[in-house]
Design a protein. Structure first.
Length: 244
């Protein structure tokens, strides 16, 4: 008599999977509950710029570390302070160092929320996904790097949404992290440069032009990079259609 091998137990959903997302959600709630959003403004930077600049000049390495850690938290907890933080980085550290620190912090923070979402819900949603989502996942997965690069280069969707959606579409971690790092460089350095010039703007009693990124001379080259990133995707589809 042949014994039937026992079936592997089905892996049920565990609430422990939700812990990373719960921590991030709690951080976002605490940010508003403690009134910290009142300090994430350019007025705060304007009022404290001299003291902050002097402290950074005396403790550059420590200040850079604190800035990167703060930016990681801002992105990971999806706090509405990224733009002000990027401008602050440019003001305190200059365009190049401030931009680099921001790119590093933003990439790590985005990767953290990506992993949290993937751990909590990614596998579960993909297991229960219908044909539509599976088809979308398959199409996205074939050109994940190019799609991610375009989404990072051009702010078509909110940053936090672009952080979360790939976790549910099976994007590999390395692809996500590398495309994020490269894709956010143009916009980050534009705003870091704007932040670097905030001193003169404050002295003149004016407000910075936060729409600078969308000026034709800025957004034009970025859009060109986005189009270039999509060339391999279009080429693959055209060659596949030709074979069929």
């Amino acid at each position: 008599m042949t014994e039937t091998p026992p079936e592997a137990p089905a892996q049920g959903f565990s609430l422990r999977r939700l812990v990373p997302l719960a921590v991030l959600a709690a951080g976002l709630i605490a940010f508003f509950a403690l009134g910290l959003d009142r300090y994430a403004t350019l007025d705060t930077l304007r009022d404290n710029r001299q003291a902050m600049s002097l402290w950074v000049a005396d403790h550059l390495l420590l200040a850079a570390l604190i800035y990167v850690l703060a930016y990681i938290a801002i992105v990971a907890f999806s706090l509405p302070a990224a733009l002000v933080a990027t401008l602050t980085g440019g003001f305190l550290f200059g365009t190049w160092l401030g931009g680099l620190l921001t790119v590093v912090g933003a990439t790590i923070g985005a990767t953290a929320i990506f992993l949290a979402a993937k751990t909590a819900l990614g596998d579960v949603l993909r297991a229960k996904a219908g044909p539509g989502l599976r088809k979308l996942e398959a199409g996205f997965g074939k050109n994940a790097f190019n799609y991610m690069l375009v989404l990072r280069l051009v702010p078509l969707f909110p940053f936090f949404l672009v952080n979360l959606a790939p976790a549910f579409l099976g994007v590999p971690l390395r692809t996500y992290a590398v495309a994020t790092f490269i894709g956010i460089i143009p916009g980050t350095f534009v705003y870091a440069s704007l932040g670097n010039g905030l001193g003169a703007v404050f002295d003149a009693g004016r407000d910075p032009d936060l729409g600078l990124f969308f000026e034709p001379q800025i957004i034009g080259p970025v859009l060109a990079l986005a189009v270039l990133a999509m060339v391999p995707v279009v080429y693959k589809r055209m060659t596949a259609t030709a074979r069929d």
